[in-house]
Write a protein that binds this ligand. Structure first.
Ligand SMILES: Cc1ncc(COP(=O)(O)O)c(C=O)c1O
Length: 474
């Protein structure tokens, strides 16, 4: 059985369910029929159905076959793609962003930050490894680490990159203090102040902040809620303006959680080649996929070194780890130099710990547990959103990651809701943060990865009632 074939078949069945060819509770074609129709083996069709079952699209009924799930979130629609006319704009959102960053995650009900849960066994394992290595390894008095980072860690990163379809020798990888730090080096290297950078819209606000801080302009390219960055809109923008770089989170974007299909990732690389332009790929959520297979990175299709792939352990383990990396392709020397002039080298102990953790089977087991936990927590929060929020609420269908995106009718102002929430120790990420166009003031992002609590339940109920109030007032 070809592994790709069953995943492709599953994707095509999802598309048919989405388009209403098969409706909730309807019977899907039998395994035999589908195998004949698609000219594939019975085991390929069975594997595709099992994948759909795990992803929550179909359910198996004994001796009756597969039926389309009537998923609770299907009662709420997917967010609409917001049409913007892309144009270069200065970026000025920093005050609100910094306010949201400062909120404590342990007090009140905090849905605002894209952070992972800390209730996994891997956290204790990291602590134990720190303790053991700090006693047994020389990490003080050994001078500076090399600017590229510790080779044993780069070897482990190279091994893991293969899962994303990226074959990069350890010597082509640079360790950083996180993904934000990684992207900042890349952006500094590929742009000069005043340049225009294309990003997806809605966009992870950390990228917008970076663009602002480096004196660059942003062109926001609309993203489809299920397939990500619109390549048609990107091409129009590339024809119209002298865009110097593209930044995107193609695999489980933040805030939409969508995954760009492989054919779009390939087509995106074709555009990079055609326009001779670099892409800063943020792959920080790639390992947190809910489907069986990890999606490929855009970098997997990059033959000419134009993609600078950035990632970290902040979402898969913990941001406190402070370990990220870059696979910068043809920009290797400039990026190492950027790291050297800003931070010389990193501390060795966290790198040694990260190398050991990544080398163990426990990390893979942790990822399996984390993916399943987050998938279930997503289902859980959507059930509550369906209960507490008005039916006009639209909700994203993340295929991986930690956050869900809600879209309300235009009269709902989530920046107002954010300020109201603060008075009751409820924190959300208002939609305004995710664009410089002001287009998402009727949206909000919520973290669903952290453990649930009665306080959160109450907070979500209040948020839902405030949204209803805002709709009634208008
Ligand atoms: C898409 C995305 N990229 C990068 C970061 C920052 O990563 P790090 O904490 O590794 O610097 C975040 C954190 O929220 C994120 O959501």
């Amino acid at each position: 059985m070809e592994t790709n074939l069953y995943a492709q078949l599953a994707d095509s069945l999802v598309e048919q369910i989405r388009q209403g060819v098969f409706r909730p509770s309807e019977k899907m074609p039998s395994v035999r029929l589908l195998a004949r129709r698609e000219s594939v083996s019975i085991s390929t069709v069975s594997a595709a159905y099992e994948l759909l079952e795990r992803r929550g699209w179909v359910e198996a009924r004994e001796r009756s076959g597969y039926f389309v799930q009537s998923r609770s979130e299907e009662t709420l629609s997917v967010p609409k793609q917001v049409r913007t006319r892309p144009r270069p704009l200065p970026t000025t959102l920093s005050q609100l962003v910094m306010e949201v960053q400062r909120g404590s995650i342990t007090e009140g009900a905090n849905f605002s930050r894209a952070i992972p849960s800390s209730d996994f066994p891997i956290i204790r394992q990291v602590q134990r490894t720190y303790t053991r290595l700090s006693r047994t390894q020389a990490f003080l008095g050994i001078g500076y680490d090399t600017p590229e980072g510790l080779l044993v860690l780069r070897q482990q990163i190279a091994r893991r990159a293969v899962d994303a379809g990226v074959f990069a020798p350890p010597e082509s990888i640079i360790v950083t203090t996180g993904c934000q730090n990684a992207m900042a080096h890349c952006l500094r290297v590929v742009t000069r102040p005043g340049d225009i950078v294309a990003v997806e819209s809605p966009c992870y606000y950390g990228q917008l902040q970076m663009i602002e801080a480096l004196g660059l302009q942003t062109v926001e390219i609309p993203a489809h809620p299920e397939t990500g960055l619109s390549l048609e809109a990107l091409q129009l923008a590339l024809d119209k303006w002298p865009i110097k770089a593209i930044m995107t989170v193609p695999t489980f974007s933040n805030p939409l959680g969508c995954n760009m299909p492989d054919e779009n990732k390939r087509a995106l690389v074709d555009l990079l080649d055609r326009y001779d332009i670099p892409l800063i790929e943020d792959d920080i959520y790639g390992d947190l996929h809910y489907a069986e297979q990890r999606p490929k990175a855009v970098k997997a299709f990059d033959k000419n070194g134009r993609v600078l792939l950035c990632s970290s352990l902040s979402k898969t383990i913990d941001p406190q780890f402070g370990i990220g990396w870059i696979i910068p392709g043809r920009y290797f020397e400039e990026v190492v130099h950027s790291k050297f002039v800003t931070s010389h080298a990193m501390a060795s102990l966290p790198q040694m710990v990260a190398a050991e953790i990544l080398a163990q089977g426990a990390y893979e087991r942790h990822l399996r547990l984390a993916r399943e936990t987050y998938r279930q927590r997503y289902q859980f929060i959507v059930e509550r959103i369906t209960e507490y929020f008005p039916p006009e609420t639209r909700v994203s269908r993340p295929e991986g990651g930690l956050v869900v995106w809600l879209q309300f009718p235009p009269q709902v102002d989530t920046t107002k809701l954010y300020h109201r929430g603060l008075t009751e120790h409820i924190r959300i990420a208002p939609g305004e943060l995710f664009s410089v166009t002001g287009k998402y003031r009727n949206c909000m992002r919520l973290n669903y990865a952290l453990a649930w609590s009665p306080e959160k339940e109450e907070a979500l109920r209040k948020l839902g009632s405030w949204v209803k109030e805002a709709m009634d007032e208008a």
